[in-house]
Design a protein around this ligand. Structure first.
Ligand code: HEC
Ligand code: HEC
Ligand code: HEC
Ligand code: HEC
Length: 179
């Protein structure tokens, strides 16, 4: 009897652990929500900087002649509707539909692609408390996330060196640089 109990407990613990590690249970809120607090000179123009990068165009890029030619080689008629392309050119690809309702594909690779789905950390009280925000799903320093997309699965892959690439999409809060 005791052995069965121990076994049941072990399964329970393993279940909890894997659920915790693999569950993507935070809902996406869309880039407009992040914009509310991260735009303007005083906030470091983080939204404006993102908007000026190709990450904001990643979905639109899939409609270009170049994209169509790459698709045609793979038997893909429309890259904007093909899983093989969308997986890296939009935000929240492959996540449960119930959690991605707020996303608009046209916005491409948004804040939440790198910083995590924001529903549970977007509140000002949570955002101001770094540890609480991280516990609620924020990836504060997403350097390791880049290679989820910048890898050899990309038909136009170019070798990825973080420091070189970061300078092209760099953003920061004024407070962090003034300190
Ligand atoms: C209600 C306002 C508000 C919203 C909405 C908001 N933020 Fe924030 N965010 C803040 C504040 C305030 C801070 C911390 C203080 C500061 O920036 O000086 C912060 C900090 C951050 C940080 C830095 C964390 C650290 O300490 O390293 C990141 C990254 C971030 N936010 C990303 C996002 C993303 C992504 C979204 C959208 C999903 C978002 N924020 C939505 C207000 C907000
Ligand atoms: C594994 C992730 C990934 C997949 C899958 C992917 N892409 Fe991309 N794509 C990227 C990245 C990252 C870039 C930016 C260039 C780089 O650094 O490799 C990019 C850039 C592009 C560009 C711009 C040209 C350039 O050289 O920057 C086009 C066009 C493109 N992709 C088309 C497609 C098409 C069409 C598909 C589907 C057949 C596709 N991509 C699938 C990640 C991906
Ligand atoms: C969800 C997938 C994804 C993630 C995560 C991602 N990228 Fe990208 N990145 C892309 C795609 C797709 C493009 C090409 C967009 C296009 O050409 O329309 C791109 C383009 C770029 C560019 C060219 C931007 C420009 O305006 O010239 C840089 C630089 C870049 N990525 C750096 C990074 C860095 C650094 C990280 C991690 C902090 C990162 N990327 C994370 C998918 C991604
Ligand atoms: C391609 C991935 C990527 C995207 C998209 C992205 N970020 Fe970041 N962000 C990063 C990385 C990486 C860092 C950490 C850089 C470092 O510490 O050197 C960062 C840092 C930050 C910080 C902290 C800056 C500081 O001074 O400490 C804030 C706030 C932030 N991002 C907000 C946003 C918001 C808001 C958006 C969308 C408008 C966004 N980010 C889009 C990758 C990304």
């Amino acid at each position: 009897m005791r052995r069965i109990l121990v076994f049941a407990l072990a399964i329970f613990v393993v279940g909890m652990f894997t659920a915790d590690v693999f569950a993507q249970d935070h809902a996406f809120i869309g880039v407009k929500k992040c914009k509310m607090c991260h735009k303007g000179v005083k906030k470091g123009e983080i939204f404006e900087k993102w908007e000026s990068t190709l990450h904001a165009q990643a979905f639109a890029t899939l409609a270009t002649e170049e994209a169509k030619a790459i698709g045609a080689e793979k038997g893909i008629e429309n890259p904007q509707t093909a899983d093989e392309c969308l997986s890296c050119h939009i935000t929240g690809y492959g996540v449960d539909a119930a959690l991605t309702e707020a996303l608009i594909p046209e916005n491409g690779v948004t804040c939440e692609s790198c910083h995590g789905a924001g529903a549970d950390f977007k509140k000002i009280s949570v955002m101001k408390d770094r540890d609480a925000a991280i516990a609620a799903g924020l990836t504060a320093d997403p350097k390791a996330v880049c290679v989820n997309c910048h890898n050899e699965e990309s038909p136009t892959f170019k070798p990825f060196v973080f420091e070189e690439r970061w300078t092209k999409i760099a953003h920061s809060r004024p407070a962090a640089t003034e300190e």
